[in-house]
Write a protein that binds this ligand. Sequence first.
Ligand SMILES: Cc1cc2nc3c(=O)[nH]c(=O)nc-3n(C[C@H](O)[C@H](O)[C@H](O)COP(=O)(O)OP(=O)(O)OC[C@H]3O[C@@H](n4cnc5c(N)ncnc54)[C@H](O)[C@@H]3O)c2cc1C
Ligand SMILES: *[C@@H]1O[C@H](CO)[C@@H](O)[C@H](O)[C@H]1NC(C)=O
Length: 423
Amino acid sequence: MWLLVVVVCFLVWAVGTYWYLFGKPSPFSVESVRPPGPLELDQKKRHKILKQGFRKEKVPENLDAIVIGSGIGGMTAAATLAKLGKRVLVLEQHDQAGGCCHTFTEKGFEFDIGLHYIGQLHENSLFKIVMDQITEGQVQFVELDKHFDTIVIGTGEKSRKYTIYSGKTEMEEHLKEQFPDDTKAVEEFFKIMKMSARKTHLLAALKLIPQWVALFLLKSGIANLYSSIFRLVGTNATAVADSLTSNKDLHIIFYYLFYGKSCMTILTVVNYEWFEEWKDTPVRKRGDDYLAYKMRFANNLFDWACSQYPKLRDKLVYQEVSTPLSNTHYLGRYLGAMYSAEHNLERFQAEAIARNRCDTPVKNLFISGQDVFSCGIAGALHGGLLCASTVLKHIVYIDLLMLKKKLKKKKARETAEQVKKLL
Ligand SMILES: Cc1cc2nc3c(=O)[nH]c(=O)nc-3n(C[C@H](O)[C@H](O)[C@H](O)COP(=O)(O)OP(=O)(O)OC[C@H]3O[C@@H](n4cnc5c(N)ncnc54)[C@H](O)[C@@H]3O)c2cc1C
Ligand SMILES: *[C@@H]1O[C@H](CO)[C@@H](O)[C@H](O)[C@H]1NC(C)=O
């Protein structure tokens, strides 16, 4: 009798779990991706889509979800919900959609904001698959040169130049060539990086399983037995670099920030307080003193860039300077932060990751984007996927993994056919 009860309970649990994981319709499909259409360069036509002013009458009835903010995080969540037939309204505080992914044109030059380069976009990578799904294959990326970055440390005669190559093995090998006395440190560093990249999904899982289970696994130490990612994620990168080598240049390379591509972008770190006195002045009319003040930063940075690349000097046609106040105005950032919520060490402790979830104490209010996972286009996009999964009570990652399998099979079939033809 008891045995029967146990068997029935087990069956109910197994069927329930199966239904929860696999039994719901998928928002994603091979068919929803079509070949990219022609690039739209007509500003008027672009604005018609991107700059739709708000009017109460335009709001459709019977909405299922309202997404506040049209960055890649909000858009990923919105697109995923819409693909399942949900009626979604996206609201944006700026006069155009896109968040960090929007562009603006001044004096005929197009400036990009927060997308200069990203990795992991090779065929059938999970990231590429999601990008294709939410844009129906309409966003195209240009592959960078193998030598995609140069790091210059120091100035004048003492300056050292290092080059960075892309590619899983090439990046590591090329660094080793430039640091022949530190090959062990480079190897160790890449081992940690590769392991972290492979196991990042476990961190996303912390936000998808019931919170009490996540906290139990972490607090009991079971999670640490399973993978070192839970400990590594909250580890001080400076301390890790210190433990690997004493070479200061290599330290810088291990944790440098990287920016490049359509216009030249120069970035530096500043304090919000330095600009605070102008916070209540209207945008674009903050006064000559503000303009002069921010230009001092710009001119210094440009001089510094010219010291490395002297031919730039007489190529300067136009420059735009943004400050933390710009971030607050155009991106709705608290205290002008570049990446929204602070990316400090506390935030990345595994337990904090498990607690910072898409659902909130406010019923039907969910968080998405970089605040719920990590900064970067990929980080914010995963924030959107986690959010959609939470809202739908359906882990859309499972659909993505199944789609990935399908696409890989399709690719293998196509390759086999090509080979057959050649023979
Ligand atoms: C200068 C710069 C360079 C970067 N370079 C790269 C790079 O090369 N590669 C990379 O991977 N990442 C880069 N990033 C980071 C990346 O762009 C961001 O992490 C990511 O795009 C954030 O997406 P999100 O959707 O979370 O937020 P956002 O894109 O900021 O979107 C949030 C949106 O919400 C809107 N909003 C806020 N409050 C409200 C409100 N109350 N009502 C309505 N709307 C509101 C904002 O206006 C904004 O449009 C860069 C960021 C910056 C700033
Ligand atoms: C990280 O480690 C470095 C070097 O060990 C230390 O100086 C720094 O204070 C640490 N930072 C944090 C936030 O713990």
